[in-house]
Design a protein around this ligand. Structure first.
Ligand code: DAT
Length: 176
């Protein structure tokens, strides 16, 4: 019935995206634990398997090689049952995902989280602007069918448990 790609995977694939600091890894790993799905942190995978073209000094991060990442993940994604965490979403094949969740955080709260993480200067302001201008939400809406994209608030601790609870229920009742 989820006709965006005609797949028959027995368990759904979810993408948890959003600006760094919005709570992707916290939410996605808790959801994976609650549902027994596989948690995939694309940022860690890029580092572990060297799926990058070096270090970007300007932005202070690895220059991700999108083709290598997609090749690396293809088989597990076809198998299904994955919760993927990444602060980008436009380079994954659309057919991979049954649900795309964009976490949103209020700017003053995000400011505190990112400064706690040691971000400052352009790295801090770039990320705050990314959230303010809804870049990831727009990217998700441009890259996937509107009906599979959901924006969820991630400001408070209760938001995490509410989001995990509602997504767990969605996964539980998902049918290919
Ligand atoms: P991301 O993976 O999007 O970079 P994270 O899961 O590492 O984000 O979270 C960043 C920090 O913020 C971390 O210390 C946990 C905290 N946090 C995340 N979501 C939260 C929420 N909804 N309420 C309170 N704290 C949250």
């Amino acid at each position: 019935a989820r006709g965006n790609n005609g797949t028959r995977r027995p368990k759904p694939n979810l993408l948890i995206t959003g600006t760094p600091g919005t709570g992707k890894s916290t939410t996605a790993s808790a959801l994976a634990e609650a549902t027994n799905l596989r948690y995939i942190c694309v940022g860690d995978l890029v580092k572990e398997k060297n799926l990058h073209d070096g270090w970007d000094n300007e932005f202070g991060c690895h220059i991700i090689n999108e083709d290598l990442v997609c090749d690396e993940l293809e088989d597990v994604m076809v198998e299904g049952g994955n919760i993927v965490d990444y602060h980008g979403c436009d380079f994954f094949p659309q057919r991979w995902f049954d649900r795309v969740v964009v976490l949103r955080t209020e700017n003053s709260i995000l400011y505190d989280r990112l400064t706690n993480r040691g971000y400052s200067g352009t790295k801090l302001s770039n990320n705050l602007e990314c959230e303010l201008y809804q870049i990831l939400l727009e990217e998700a809406c441009d890259s996937y069918e509107e009906e599979i994209v959901t924006a969820l608030q991630s400001n408070k601790i209760e938001d995490i448990s509410n989001n995990v609870e509602s997504l767990t229920e969605w996964i539980r009742t998902w049918r290919p």
